[in-house]
Design a protein around this ligand. Structure first.
Ligand SMILES: Cc1cc2nc3c(=O)[nH]c(=O)nc-3n(C[C@H](O)[C@H](O)[C@H](O)COP(=O)(O)OP(=O)(O)OC[C@H]3O[C@@H](n4cnc5c(N)ncnc54)[C@H](O)[C@@H]3O)c2cc1C
Length: 301
């Protein structure tokens, strides 16, 4: 039985692990993908205090090294269930069940999908949700990025160094990304912005060969020849398995108080999975620190 089980090894979960372990708790952290979560899949980060800029995977690896050095137990596991009986939490995962006196949910968010024709057939065959992970497979090819925010433009900037040409498809008149992304994009001649366009279908047999798009002002449809498409249309919470133990807002984010407590005693939540105004690394880390401290107080009360 652990004092604390943390679900999710992103920056919120890893910061919680640091605070809990240093407070003398036994800590297990369960992560289904790569430790670092979204940070590990981000190229350059320019707003994490003390670094003018740092590569995402470097920051993630450094946090993982810190929790390893502290002796936090980490296991690769996809959590599929959580329940509480007689004051003890049971966390279910494919690798087995784990029991803890307290739990922090730090499972972050997942990528939104387009749900258009051809997506299921060509998933992993040229359609990707991670430019940093998969960009290298599209060297010297023409690709498209769907989206207009920071993630989409960050992907386009990253891919412009690898690919021959990058189309950026978005519904609005202008991208919604912040100024630093727009400034970087301005000097890139191989990035072609396609405002007022929506994707209609992914086309290809074994791999994607083109993307059908539509101009929403003129109604004109055309096929762009592409070797890959990167979807960057936002992130959504994934809290269905916790819904009996926590309160969710109308968008599916977990409601907590300022101490990161949920409606169930001994159960806390931290990071992007919670309802909040600003989803960033510093706020996720701060949530993790507060949640772990609250879990420690709960155990000692
Ligand atoms: C492209 C991009 C660029 C960004 N750039 C910046 C930036 O420059 N500066 C900044 O401050 N923020 C940036 N952000 C936002 C920042 O990355 C997030 O706010 C932060 O990483 C959230 O951390 P988290 O730990 O809450 O969640 P996540 O990073 O989402 O981590 C959650 C972890 O939980 C794991 N998990 C999920 N479900 C389960 C399960 N069932 N079982 C086990 N494990 C599970 C996931 O695999 C993941 O590793 C960016 C985000 C993106 C997508």
């Amino acid at each position: 039985m652990y004092d604390l089980i943390i679900i999710g090894g992103g920056v919120a979960g890893m910061t919680a692990a640091v605070y809990a372990k240093r407070a003398g708790m036994s800590v297990l952290i369960l992560e289904k993908g790569g430790f670092g979560g979204q940070v590990a899949l981000t190229s350059t980060i320019e707003n994490y205090p003390s670094y003018k800029e740092i590569e995402g995977f470097e920051l993630a690896a450094s946090m993982k090294a810190q929790i390893d050095a502290l002796g936090v137990e980490s296991v690769s596991a996809d959590v599929t269930g959580l329940s509480k009986a007689d004051g003890v939490f049971t966390v279910n995962a494919a690798s087995g069940d784990y029991q803890g006196k307290t739990v922090i949910i730090a499972n972050g968010v997942k990528r939104r999908e387009l749900h258009i024709e051809g997506e299921d057939k060509l998933r992993g065959r040229g359609i990707s949700w991670c430019a940093v992970c998969d960009g290298g497979f599209f060297r010297r090819k023409t690709v498209a990025v769907i989206g207009a925010g920071n993630s989409a433009l960050g992907d386009a900037i990253y891919l412009s160094n690898i690919c021959e040409k990058v189309y950026v498809i978005f519904r609005r008149e202008q991208p919604t990304a912040s100024k630093s992304y727009l400034d970087k994009l301005a000097g890139l001649s191989n990035v072609i912005l396609m405002p007022r366009h929506i994707p209609l279908a992914f086309i290809g047999e074994k791999r994607i060969t083109s993307l059908k798009v539509k101009n929403i002002d003129t109604g004109e449809e055309r096929e762009l020849e592409v070797g890959g498409v990167f979807e960057a249309i936002g992130l959504i919470p994934d809290n269905e398995i916790f819904k009996d133990l926590v309160e969710l807002d109308e968008n599916g984010y977990i409601l907590t108080d300022s101490e990161m407590k949920t409606k169930t005693e001994g159960l806390f939540a931290a990071g992007d999975t919670t309802q909040k105004q600003l989803r960033q690394i510093v706020t996720a880390c701060a949530d993790g620190a507060v949640a772990a401290t609250s879990a420690h107080h709960y155990l000692n009360s």
